[in-house]
Design a protein around this ligand. Structure first.
Ligand SMILES: Nc1nc2c(ncn2[C@@H]2O[C@H](COP(=O)(O)OP(=O)(O)OP(=O)(O)O)[C@@H](O)[C@H]2O)c(=O)[nH]1
Ligand SMILES: [Mg+2]
Length: 332
């Protein structure tokens, strides 16, 4: 009996062992399957990453090649720039002054850029404009010759005088008129006012030693000639007669300074283009002409009315050089 019980117990133990082993075997197999699956997934991911890495490496190579190319191009451009002539600027200063609303701004804009549409102009304090006049090559340097025009408002005539006295200026444009802002006819009272403003004591103050030394030309522009009637020659005569005392006072300086009188109209563009040619002729050294400027000057002189060109003109130089069209730009 006890033998039987012992055998049963042994059998039970053996059975339990077998069940345990079977269960362990099953778990091991499942883990193996899972591990294999994970390995497969990882292998797949690895292949995908490998492909991506390959693309990235190829792109990197391309970028390195592109950067190399860019660097080559930069070096080439730098070398080209080095070969190009350097540009330096030579500036000539022209000052515009006169009492309020004589048409200084209208005139400045017109002579510096004849195609401008004047529109409505507000009173000025000071405006500065730059106009490129010519480009001339000298060895490996291109010199850009520029007119810098200072347009002082009539209310700031004292500041304008200060600049005239203190700075080196190359041209002076005094603008007087024949009538006020919206005048329909000549206004003698206004002319008297301006004759007073530029009486001989004041001119003495204007034409100090510094001005005499640096200023190449003084232009008196009698503006608003459209308020007079008659032929251009008659209008010029009448306007000059009205401003005879001022012209006489100015002419006292004609031994030291080049003095020129123009009669015209900023609004109608009468005589305005002559100002440019005149300033070029008087201010710009002859070696500073380029072919385009020369052409323009020849054209202006051939078109100029007889009265305006009756005075002796300086012969134009024969220069050949290329240049861009003149530009007018407002400074600041
Ligand atoms: N009839 C006539 N009017 C002109 C002429 N030129 C300018 N004007 C007028 O005069 C007024 C003043 O012109 P501006 O060019 O502003 O004069 P300005 O001398 O610059 O004036 P401020 O800067 O205030 O000293 C404007 O109403 C112009 O239309 C002209 O040739 N004929
Ligand atoms: Mg003005």
């Amino acid at each position: 009996m006890s033998m039987l019980i012992a055998s049963c117990i042994l059998l039970a133990f053996a059975l339990a062992g077998l069940v345990l082993m079977a269960s362990r075997h099953r778990r091991t197999t499942q883990a193996e399957i899972d591990a294999r699956k994970r390995a497969e997934v990882l292998e797949h991911e690895n292949r995908a990453l490998g492909a991506k890495l390959h693309v990235a490496v190829e792109e990197d190579k391309k970028k390195v090649g592109w950067l190399d190319h860019q660097e080559q191009e930069i070096l080439w451009l730098r070398a080209e720039l080095e070969k190009r002539p350097k540009i330096t600027r030579k500036t000539y200063k022209i000052l515009t002054l006169g009492v309020k609303a004589t048409g200084k701004t209208s005139l400045t804009l017109k002579w510096a850029n004849p195609l401008i549409d004047l529109g409505v102009l507000a009173g000025t304090k000071i405006d500065r404009y730059e106009r490129t006049v010519s480009h001339v090559s000298q060895k490996d340097v291109v010199i850009e010759h520029v007119f810098e025009v200072g347009d002082w408002g009539g209310e700031h005539i004292v500041d304008a005088q200060q600049e005239l006295i203190g700075d080196e200026i190359h041209g002076l444009l005094i603008v007087v008129d024949l009538g006020g802002k919206d005048a329909k006819k000549v206004e003698p009272g206004r002319i008297q006012e301006q004759l007073q403003e530029f009486q001989s004591q004041a001119l003495k103050y204007f034409f100090g030693p510094k001005t005499v030394a640096s200023c190449k030309t003084v232009v008196l522009f009698i503006n608003k000639s459209d308020l007079l009637s008659g032929t251009p020659l008659e209008v010029e005569e009448q306007a000059k007669k009205l401003y005879a005392p001022l012209i006489e006072n100015l002419m006292k300086y004609s031994m030291q300074l080049d003095i020129r009188v123009f009669v015209g109209s900023a609004n109608f563009g009468h005589s305005t283009h002559l100002l440019f040619s005149h300033f070029v002729e008087r201010i710009l050294p002859k070696h500073a002409y380029d072919s385009q400027l020369l052409q323009r000057m020849v054209k202006d002189f051939s078109e100029a009315p007889k009265a305006a060109t009756s005075e002796k003109t300086i012969p134009l130089p024969a220069v050949s050089a290329s240049s861009e069209p003149p530009k007018l730009s407002r400074v600041n």
